[in-house]
Design a binder for this molecule. Structure first.
Ligand code: BYC
Length: 330
């Protein structure tokens, strides 16, 4: 229905050049594409893939932090963490709803997550080993997420762009509460500061991987940028994240675990930027393909939550059906 009768794996032979040019002209004119507008099948599929993965990341992303709610060091920290984890669930909800406007159901997306067809962010396949990880996740993981997501507020697809505006406001709060945990630890005892440094050491490289492969190896970037789904390339966003984060680490008195990190005035057309050490791409692909430390446990927990929630979905649907029948009879 939403593909407007246009078929084909990625664009399809039935999409005329005239149709594609007219669509591109709307994109170039910065018009928002809405669910009932005609769109190339490749555009729709790219969005379903990205928004679905994004939604799964939010929901799977609740697990590493959810793990620490019962072990938070104070009531204040527990409340903040509980609220943050709840927010991530809400982000998943906005995003699944945005994806559903493209003609895919939440059940289909969930099945793809559980059978391993759909991806979620590699970062959530790393364990959270200490309380300092709650600071580092907020500071770095939410920090990387914001860098990636602020441009998505200008994504050409209206429902995704609008969902991202709400998500970004909350992520920015999450980033600050994470940084504040780091600040408290860094001003604390030597053991607390060591714990903060250890969290940074373990999470730094996986956070750089969140931005995806180098531009030359990114299968989807060129099309996504042409369609203004993505506004910046993976390497551009990674560079912006590094530049913002290095100064924050300096303020904390922590060391970024990369001896090759070096400022260069000549990068980015004279604006400057950092050279960084090479990312371990073999680790990245291993984790993305399901062989990270936590992949199996994360998917098993999502499956258990989906199975345990079956009665809630059944009850809600039965209630809705009863209500509709009553309204039809009136
Ligand atoms: N992890 O061609 P590329 C959060 C895949 S959660 C796993 O560059 P694209 C939060 C990619 O999917 C924030 N897979 O792809 C929640 C593709 O595979 P497929 C999550 C990755 O889409 C809780 C292949 O590699 N944010 O904020 O143009 C607590 C080639 O890549 C990753 C989003 O999801 C990865 N890191 O660009 C705290 C943002 N990177 O699909 C915080 C929305 C790449 O061909 N997503 N792949 O099988 C995006 O902006 C883009 O999808 C990406 C990748 C930049 C991630």
């Amino acid at each position: 229905m939403y593909s407007q009768g246009l078929i084909g794996a990625d664009g399809g032979s039935e999409e005329t050049q005239e149709f594609l040019d007219a669509f591109q002209a709307r994109i170039d004119a910065e018009e928002k594409i809405e669910p009932t507008d005609p769109m190339p099948e490749g555009y729709r599929r790219t969005l379903v893939r990205q928004i679905g993965q994004h939604a799964h990341s939010e929901v799977v992303g609740m697990l590493p932090e959810g793990n620490w709610i019962s072990r938070a060091p104070s009531l204040k920290r527990k409340l903040a963490l509980l609220a943050k984890v709840q927010d991530e669930g809400g982000h998943g909800l906005y995003l699944y709803s945005a994806a559903e406007t493209l003609g895919v159901t939440r059940e289909q997306m969930t099945e793809e997550l559980l059978d391993g067809t759909a991806k979620y962010s590699s970062i959530f396949n790393y364990p959270t080993l200490s309380w300092a990880d709650m600071g580092a996740v907020g500071w770095l993981v939410d920090g990387a997420a914001i860098m990636n997501q602020i441009p998505l507020c200008r994504c050409s697809y209206g429902p995704y762009a609008r969902a991202m505006i709400r998500v970004c406001a909350e992520e920015s709060f999450h980033q600050r509460q994470g940084y504040e945990i780091m600040l408290t630890l860094c001003k604390g005892t030597p053991a607390q500061k060591e714990m903060a440094q250890d969290a940074l050491n373990r999470l730094w490289w996986p956070c750089l991987m969140m931005f995806g492969p180098h531009d030359g190896d990114s299968a989807h970037s060129e099309k996504s940028m042409k369609w203004k789904i993505k506004r910046f390339s993976n390497d551009e966003l990674r560079g912006k994240f590094i530049a913002a984060t290095v100064r924050q680490a300096e303020f904390l008195g922590l060391t970024i675990p990369d001896p090759d990190l070096k400022w260069d005035d000549s990068l980015n057309g004279g604006k400057g930027g950092y050279h960084h050490g090479e990312i371990d791409w073999s680790e990245f692909w291993r984790v993305v393909k399901g062989d990270g430390v936590m992949n199996v446990e994360r998917v098993e927990m999502r499956k258990a939550a989906w199975d345990d929630g079956a009665w809630v979905r059944e009850a809600a649907l039965a209630h809705a059906a009863k209500r509709s029948a009553k309204m039809a009879a009136e």
